[in-house]
Design a protein around this ligand. Structure first.
Ligand SMILES: C[S@@+](CC[C@H](N)C(=O)[O-])C[C@H]1O[C@@H](n2cnc3c(N)ncnc32)[C@H](O)[C@@H]1O
Length: 406
């Protein structure tokens, strides 16, 4: 997560570019662009490794070798100077160093309170980006086969295999921060997230939107079903909403996503829950071909630029996905059909979208609101008074809008 952001509130409707529709039959693999190579000298020997960064950080031009003798203050100074540090010591010490580095970044003098919630949102994202860039300068080397050669290193093979795919045949440099994220994601995937509305767990994969904020899932479980015949789930992520619909007795569901990781994750979850044969997964931009009597979509909620590929499930620059979803909805709903749009009002509360944005957008897309089901977030952040966005988050309402064609 590296770049500064700007809210793009133009509200302009952007027609998405046509992309191929691809039926997902096998486990998809994330597209891996050709990795840049980092070179350095160690003990007089020329060394090289492929660079890997899921958040798109550029490969460092050079690296400085560091080990257990490096103090946190010295690491902070190196990171602040933009120096990439390749860790050659004990793994546990590297984790401690990263934590100490984080505390120093968090302790940096903050700019005064921003004048508006939108400015505060931007400042918060800039702080996050700065933190990620600073911590991202402590690197580790993964050997071919996804092993770590550091002393007391954990076995990271399974986690890297899940997040990155088949092991590289060369050494790879990654930031320790990213590797810890990969290990954490593997643990989440193993444990899963309890979904009370399903009475089951959903197992999110690395980089896939996790349904930890279960309240929106409850809305989909509670809304009156207009039909049991067919539903489209647009932007399926882990497949959680498709699973709820299948459990409610919808006979056939077509679920889409643009992200191959999401589709692989949805396939695994739906198969595990026994709904695999009722849900077709398609890689496409928004809609599958045809019309359905029920179309469900939980789009990214905030109109801001994603800072990394992993952010595409949360940030929707210029509300582009939202507007394209609404603009094209009429061509994919049957005459009596209903769409369920799940979205919170956090963007309006932060001033990233004007009040009344959604009703205006519905009207412009030829849609009528039948009803709206509201809920309040239960996640811990909503009550975190230290969160700079606390005021907006504390009042946030998540809604399921029931829409139909005019
Ligand atoms: C907020 S997540 C919701 C995931 C899941 N439906 C849920 O409710 O937990 C939004 C999802 O939309 C997907 N997405 C974003 N833009 C898309 C597009 N143009 N077409 C299809 N899917 C898209 C993202 O990859 C992500 O999985």
């Amino acid at each position: 997560m590296t770049n500064a952001l700007s809210p793009e509130n133009s509200g302009a409707s952007v027609e998405p570019s046509a992309t191929a529709t691809e039926l997902v039959t096998n486990r998809p693999t994330a597209a891996v662009p050709a990795a840049p190579v980092v070179r350095w000298t160690e003990d007089g020997q020329a060394q090289s490794a492929a660079w890997r960064s899921e958040n798109g950080s550029p490969a460092p031009a050079e690296v400085t070798l560091v080990d257990d003798r490096l103090t946190a203050d010295a690491a902070y100074r190196l990171a602040a100077a933009g120096t990439a540090m390749l860790w050659r010591g004990d793994f546990h010490n590297s984790r401690q160093l990263l934590q100490a580095l984080g505390r120093r970044v968090d302790g940096e003098r903050r700019a005064r309170c921003a004048p508006t919630p939108a400015a505060e949102f931007l400042a918060d994202r800039r702080r996050q980006a700065h933190r990620a860039a600073m911590l991202g300068r402590l690197l580790v080397r993964l050997e071919p086969g996804w092993t770590l050669s550091s002393l007391r290193a954990p076995d990271v093979r399974r986690a890297c295999d899940q997040a990155y795919g088949a092991p590289a045949s060369t050494a790879t440099l990654v930031s320790l921060r990213e590797l810890l994220g990969v290990l954490g994601a593997s643990e989440w995937r193993r444990k899963g997230v309890d979904i009370p509305a399903l009475g089951a767990r959903i197992h999110p994969h690395y980089g896939v939107f996790s349904p930890v904020r279960g309240e929106y899932v409850d809305l989909v479980a509670a809304a009156p079903l207009p039909s049991h015949r067919l539903a489209f789930d647009i932007g399926t992520g882990t497949g959680v909403l498709a699973a709820v619909l299948a459990q409610r007795g919808v006979q056939s569901i077509v679920a889409t996503d643009q992200d191959p990781r999401a589709l692989a994750c949805a396939r695994a979850n739906l198969d595990r829950l026994g709904h695999g044969d009722r849900v077709e997964l398609i890689r496409t931009d928004l809609y599958p071909p045809g019309r359905a009597p029920l179309v469900v979509c939980n789009p990214p909620w905030l109109p801001a630029k994603p800072q990394s590929p992993l952010d595409h499930a949360v940030y929707d620059p210029g509300s582009r996905m939202l507007r394209a979803f609404l603009d094209r909805l009429g061509k994919h709903l049957t005459a009596e059909g209903e769409a369920w749009l799940i979205i919170s009002d956090l963007a309006e509360r932060l001033g990233l979208r004007p009040d009344g944005y959604l009703p205006t957008a519905f009207e412009a897309s030829g849609l009528r609101v039948i009803d709206r089901l509201d809920t309040r977030p239960r996640h811990p952040r909503a009550a975190d008074q230290d969160d700079p966005l606390h005021a907006a988050r504390a009042g946030e309402i998540t809604s399921l809008w029931r829409l139909t064609r005019n």
